[in-house]
Design a protein around this ligand. Sequence first.
Ligand code: UDP
Ligand code: MG
Length: 165
Amino acid sequence: MEQQALVLIKPDGLKKSLTGNILTRLSETKLEIVASKIVRVSRELAMEHYCHMKDMPFFEDLIKYIMGEYHKKKVMALVYWGEEAIEKIRALCGKTNPEEADSVSIRGSYGRITTKGVYENVIHASSNPSEAEREIKLWFSPDEIIMDLYPKKEIEEMRKVRVWA
Ligand code: UDP
Ligand code: MG
């Protein structure tokens, strides 16, 4: 089944200069990148992305982590598309806990657990199709993706936008 998945190279991945390495590993899947950008993550976006973790004791640290408070204030966001995209990407990532992740997986190779107990595991990947839909719609607007992944509509909008001076 063809699927799409959101991938985030988290701030620790960027700080550790792992972008090229991670993209190379993901390219072995032969999946296609259909969107990508560098994002400065707002608190609002962080809290929405991790809304399912809000009752965890480490939630505040997780929010600070994805906002880049501990590393670099940026995240690389990508959408991958292709046959069994979710399973293929999650397999390369390895388990959530970097100490339990296969040692050759991305998380097993480069992740760590902080003294506060947060898994700094360098990469996020959607874990099922409905999560992928929620996450892709949260991180990207339709025009930022080169494929028609989900239904979209046109609306009239009057707002100030920034253009090159
Ligand atoms: N996380 C953590 N400790 C935990 C569980 C999760 O620090 O006990 C962090 C970790 O960075 C993880 C993120 O919260 O990637 C989201 O957790 P989830 O269970 O969704 O794992 P994932 O889908 O990222 O493998
Ligand atoms: Mg998850």
